[in-house]
Design a protein around this ligand. Structure first.
Ligand SMILES: [Fe+2]
Length: 233
């Protein structure tokens, strides 16, 4: 069962329209490395994880990815909502407008519509979690590409935050991968507890002490100083 909180996971308040950025950003909605693919990937794979530890982690992260879909969608909406038809045409979004007006629609940055072939479920925990680790790294890289394409702090702030969540997710999946790898090697009853803490711990720790895990993150430190000193609000 899901409960809906009527707030975004991280505040979005973009004051300047930017159709060019909306066109790029949509890939984190409906592209192969985007948030929709991530949410559906984890929320499908969770059922065949071999124990409650894996099911819980995939459910936690899959649910959070839905919150990220909502953030990206809000950003695209705010970037586009005040644009004139002329501006839409000039930005090359006329074909989007013909089909959808200013409505949201999941595509990548080239306009290719979302497809379920962006994710897999094999029923094999090691194969599925390997895909998840790669997906998080690719999502992180795409966030960095997107951050390079804007100088608006209202856009950079949420993108930096989302990028960091990909890093945390990668590390949670890596813990889970190593746990199952040992468990499968040593017999199913060998490991009853996953040694590392759960995602809630990382989430809370991150929100309370955002700098804890990232002080040697050069990309983050550079972007904070150059583009967005308001990042940690
Ligand atoms: Fe993620």
């Amino acid at each position: 069962m899901f409960k809906y909180c009527k707030k975004l996971q991280y505040p979005i308040n973009i004051k300047k329209k930017d159709l060019r950025m909306a066109k790029y950003l949509v890939t984190q909605y409906g592209g192969s490395n985007g948030e929709l693919a991530a949410a559906l990937r984890y929320l499908n794979q969770r059922f065949t994880m071999p124990d409650d530890i894996g099911k819980a982690l995939l459910t936690d992260i899959g649910t959070e990815e839905l919150a990220h879909v909502e953030m990206i969608s809000t950003m695209i909406y705010q970037l586009m909502k005040d644009a004139s038809i002329k501006e839409i045409e000039d930005a090359g979004l006329d074909t989007h407008y013909a089909e959808h007006a200013k409505a949201l629609y999941p595509t990548d940055a080239n306009g290719v519509p979302f497809t379920v072939t962006y994710f897999a479920t094999t029923g094999d925990p090691l194969a599925d979690i390997s895909e998840d680790m790669a997906a998080e790294q690719k999502a992180r890289a795409v966030y960095e590409n997107l951050i390079d394409l804007t100088d608006d702090p209202d856009v950079i702030g949420p993108l930096l935050w989302l990028r960091q969540r990909e890093i945390v997710h990668y590390s949670r999946f890596k813990d889970l991968f190593e746990y199952y790898e040992k468990k499968l090697k040593n017999g199913a009853n060998e490991f009853k507890e996953m040694p590392a803490s759960n995602n809630d711990y990382y989430m809370n720790n991150f929100l309370e002490n955002p700098m804890n895990n990232f002080t040697n993150d050069t990309f983050l430190m550079n972007k904070m100083h150059l583009d967005n000193n308001e990042f940690f609000m």
